[in-house]
Design a protein around this ligand. Structure first.
Ligand code: NAI
Length: 341
């Protein structure tokens, strides 16, 4: 048997290029993953604006069927239309359809990237299926609208268990639940009560709570003191961008949307319309999301190789995109990364 046959067939996965800078950074990720020895058979599926324009729907059935089949995807950012017009958020729909209840965003300082802090190493764990993202909104009377924040014990317990399990698995010591239960006594109160119940079953992991506004201040004063952050959907969305800023910005932070059966990996950043199509986007967040995917499907060595190459590239300080103060093109960063593998 040849070495290739022993390694087995490539793992099928769905590839969603996305809108804006999506196709540029996803192309970089795919190239780097292959060069690192990742064995993935991509099923490319449009979604979002591209799909809407070509097929009249932002979430084609073929895309859903592909994810059902492969159970794992790498996704570029998708444009979300603002206000009343346009289609509903594809991101929210995918998370709900596949019950991708946990959004995980590792936030790490990179030696070589100058920021206000060094030594930041925390993980944002965000509940991904409910809260103000319920999509339930109505006009009560002219000039008065209501958006419904849904918090359930089931989803709150599930995400708290996930956060503590992640802390145990990654040998982390502290989980901090972030909330606004002083104002939203019922909804955030329920979220906290569930986190407290789960915390009791993990006596070796320190459990703390912070009100979200105070948490933001503490994060920009002493980010090194945080370990695992446990948040509802909206606070998680906002706080993870703040955390990205602590380590050099959105161009560097990968993410995963995880459910019991399916997983979709994607950078934290959006479509960056201001630099789309200009070969200027930082591909590293998408590349690191690709590394998370490889680790998820058991291709750990390829994932480690990618992460080491990203560290070396950043330490070299030569190939930097505009978000990191450089002038390098997306394609130049990708080529250098491949050379470093
Ligand atoms: P954004 O993340 O697209 O951009 C914010 C700023 O960061 C911009 O100045 C942009 O140029 C910069 N930036 C982002 N990623 C970068 C990269 N890889 N390299 C260099 N610079 C980068 O956020 P914004 O402007 O709020 O959203 C634009 C669109 O993206 C909206 O339609 C929004 O709904 C969507 N979006 C989609 C997400 C997803 O699909 N997961 C996540 C966040 C936003």
């Amino acid at each position: 048997m040849t070495a290739k046959a022993r390694r087995g067939a490539p793992r099928p996965a769905t590839l969603i290029p996305g809108d804006g800078i999506g196709p540029e950074v996803i192309d970089a990720a795919v190239q780097v993953m292959a060069a690192a020895g990742g064995r993935i058979a991509w099923d490319v599926q449009p979604a979002g604006k591209e799909a809407f324009e070509k097929m009249g729907t932002a979430i084609p059935e073929a895309l859903l069927a592909s994810i059902r089949r492969t159970r794992v995807g790498l996704k570029g950012p998708l444009e979300t239309q603002i206000g009343r017009t346009g289609y509903r958020s594809v991101n929210v729909a995918l998370r709900k359809t596949f019950d991708l209840f946990a959004n995980v965003r590792p936030i790490r300082s990179h030696p070589g990237v100058r920021t206000a802090f060094s030594g930041v190493d925390l993980v944002v764990v965000r509940e991904n299926t409910e809260d103000l993202y319920s999509g339930i909104e109505h006009t009560i009377a002219p000039g008065v609208v209501e958006s419904v924040k849904v918090i359930t014990a089931r989803a709150s317990r599930r995400i708290a268990r996930f956060a503590f399990d992640l802390a145990r698995r990654e040998r982390r010591h502290k989980v901090v639940a972030i909330h606004k239960a002083n104002i939203m006594k019922l909804s955030d109160g329920l979220f906290l009560a569930c986190a407290q119940q789960v915390a009791k079953r993990h006596p070796r992991i320190h459990y703390g709570e912070l009100i979200v506004d105070n948490a933001c201040m503490q994060l920009v004063l002493r980010p090194q003191e945080f370990d695992v952050l446990l948040l509802e959907n909206l606070y998680g969305d906002i706080v993870s961008d703040l955390c990205a800023g602590l380590v050099g910005g959105l161009g560097l932070v990968p993410g995963a949307n995880l459910g019991a059966r399916h997983a979709i990996f994607e950078a934290v950043h959006g479509t960056a319309p201001d630099i789309a199509g200009k070969n200027k986007a930082n591909p590293l967040a998408a590349v690191l999301s690709g590394a998370m995917l490889l680790r998820h499907v058991g291709q750990r060595r390829a994932a480690d190789r990618i992460e080491r190459a990203v560290s070396r590239l950043l330490r070299e300080r030569r190939h930097r995109t505009c978000d990191l103060g450089g002038t390098a093109a997306t394609s130049a960063v990708t080529e250098r990364l491949i050379a470093l593998l």
